[in-house]
Design a binder for this molecule. Structure first.
Ligand SMILES: [Zn+2]
Length: 371
C-alpha cells in the first residue's frame, strides 16, 4: 500500500499571482504596483514601439498613485549583454519592481533583469505573439539570434496585465503568431504526457495542464477567424470583439500555463534547428512553431488528411506551412538533416529519442514539404 502511494507521481503546476485582461486593463497597473513595489522605485523596460504610450502611463501613475516609474528602452534582442547593460543602468537605485512592456523578447529581458536584482516582476504584453507572459522561462539568445540558454525565474511573474485595447492596435501579424504558438499546445502537451516526461516544474503534469491545452485549441479553432475582424474594421461586431477576447485569453493564459505545466515537444524543439539559420530571423517565434507543429504531427504518423486539415487552417490564418515560408526556400537534404539533428538539443525532444529518431524527424520535414 505504502509502495503504491509512493509510486504516484508528484504533480506540479505554477501560475502568475495575478492575471488581468481586457480593454483598459492597464488602469490596474497602479493598484498592482502599489502593493508589489512597496513604496520603492519602479523601472519599466519598454519596447521602443510603445514608449510614447508608456510615457503617458508613467505620468498617470505618478499623478494618480504617487508611483515613480523610470522608463528604460529595450534595444531589441534578449542577450546576456543586453541584460547586463540594463542591470548596470538600474544600478543601486533601490528598485523594488520591474515592469516588462512589449513583445516576448522585451518581456524575457525584463524577467532576467528582475531575476538578477531579486525584485518583483510585472509583465505587460503589448502584443499577443507568444506564450512568454505567464511563465518562469526566459529564452536568451546569442548575438547570432540563436537560443543559448533558457533560465528560470524563482517563481512565475507577480502579475500579468493584458490590455486588449493595446493588443488590438498592434499589427495583426503578432496576434496570428500568438495563435501559431498556442495551437501547438494540445499536441505538445499530449506528446509530453504520453511519454511520461516531467514538465517545466520537474513534476508530473496535472490534468489541468491538458485541459487548458485542449481548451486553447478549441477556442482557436472556434474563434480565431471571427477574431481577425477586429484588425479589419474600425468598428468590429460584438461577436468579433468577444471572439478576440477569448482568443487572447487562450493564446496568453491557457497556452502559457499549458506548456509550462504540461511540457513541450517537437514543434518547439525545432526552434533549435531552425534558428541556427539566420535566414529565418524575420519569422516570429509563433510562426516557426506553427510550422514545427506540422513536422511534429508528420513525425507522429498523422494521416495526410488530418495533416492537410490543420495545414489548411494555418494557411487560412496566414501562418507558415513549409520551409520556404520561414525563409528557407532552398533547404537542401543536408540542411534538413541538420535541422532535425539540432532539434534534439531541446531536452524534451532528446528525452523522446526512442519514440522519434533524427532520421524520422528529417523524413517528417520532407513529408511536410511534399504536402
Ligand atoms: Zn512558444
Amino acid at each position: 500500500m505504502t509502495d503504491k502511494i509512493s509510486a504516484m507521481p508528484i504533480k506540479v503546476i505554477g501560475f502568475p499571482s495575478l492575471y488581468v485582461q481586457g480593454p483598459g486593463a492597464l488602469d490596474r497597473l497602479g493598484p498592482c504596483l502599489g502593493s508589489l513595489a512597496d513604496g520603492g522605485a519602479v523601472v519599466a523596460l519598454v519596447d521602443p514601439f510603445v514608449m510614447p504610450l508608456f510615457k503617458s502611463v508613467a505620468a498617470e501613475l505618478g499623478d494618480k498613485h504617487g508611483i515613480r516609474m523610470n522608463l528604460l528602452a529595450f534595444t531589441g534582442e534578449c542577450t546576456r549583454r543586453e541584460i547586463d547593460r540594463l542591470v548596470a543602468a538600474i544600478g543601486d537605485n533601490a528598485c523594488t519592481a520591474i515592469v516588462g512592456v512589449g513583445g516576448g523578447k522585451a518581456l524575457d529581458t525584463a524577467k532576467a533583469v528582475a531575476h538578477a536584482l531579486s525584485v518583483s516582476i510585472v509583465i505587460v504584453p503589448t502584443i499577443a505573439s507568444s506564450d512568454a507572459p505567464t511563465s518562469r522561462l526566459m529564452a536568451i539568445y546569442d548575438e547570432n539570434h540563436k537560443i543559448v540558454e533558457v533560465p528560470l525565474l524563482r517563481r512565475n511573474p507577480d502579475a500579468v496585465l493584458v490590455d486588449t485595447s493595446v493588443i488590438r492596435s498592434a499589427p495583426r501579424r503578432f496576434f496570428v503568431a500568438g495563435i501559431g504558438d498556442a495551437i501547438t499546445k494540445k499536441f505538445e502537451v499530449a506528446d509530453s504526457v504520453g511519454a511520461g516526461l516531467p514538465n517545466f516544474f520537474q513534476g508530473a503534469p496535472t490534468r489541468l495542464a491538458s485541459l487548458l491545452a485542449e481548451s486553447c485549441y478549441q477556442v482557436i479553432r472556434t474563434d480565431a477567424v471571427a477574431a481577425m475582424e477586429v484588425f479589419d474594421l474600425a468598428v468590429p461586431s460584438e461577436v468579433a470583439n468577444a471572439a478576440f477576447e477569448r482568443v487572447v485569453e487562450a493564446t496568453v493564459l491557457y497556452s502559457g500555463l499549458a506548456f509550462e505545466g504540461g511540457g513541450l515537444s517537437i514543434a518547439h524543439g525545432m526552434l533549435r534547428g531552425i534558428t541556427a539559420y539566420p535566414q529565418t530571423q524575420q519569422a516570429l517565434h509563433g510562426e516557426l512553431v506553427a510550422y514545427g507543429l506540422l513536422v511534429q504531427l508528420a513525425a507522429n504518423g498523422f494521416a495526410d488528411d488530418a495533416l492537410l486539415e490543420i495545414r489548411d487552417f494555418l494557411v487560412k490564418l496566414g501562418l507558415p506551412v513549409c520551409l520556404a515560408d520561414i525563409g528557407l526556400p532552398n533547404g537542401s537534404d543536408n540542411d534538413i538533416r541538420n535541422i532535425a539533428s539540432l532539434t534534439f538539443e531541446a531536452p524534451y525532444v532528446a528525452a523522446r529519442h526512442e519514440l522519434v529518431s533524427r532520421q524520422q524527424l528529417a523524413e517528417a520535414i520532407v513529408r511536410v514539404e511534399s504536402l
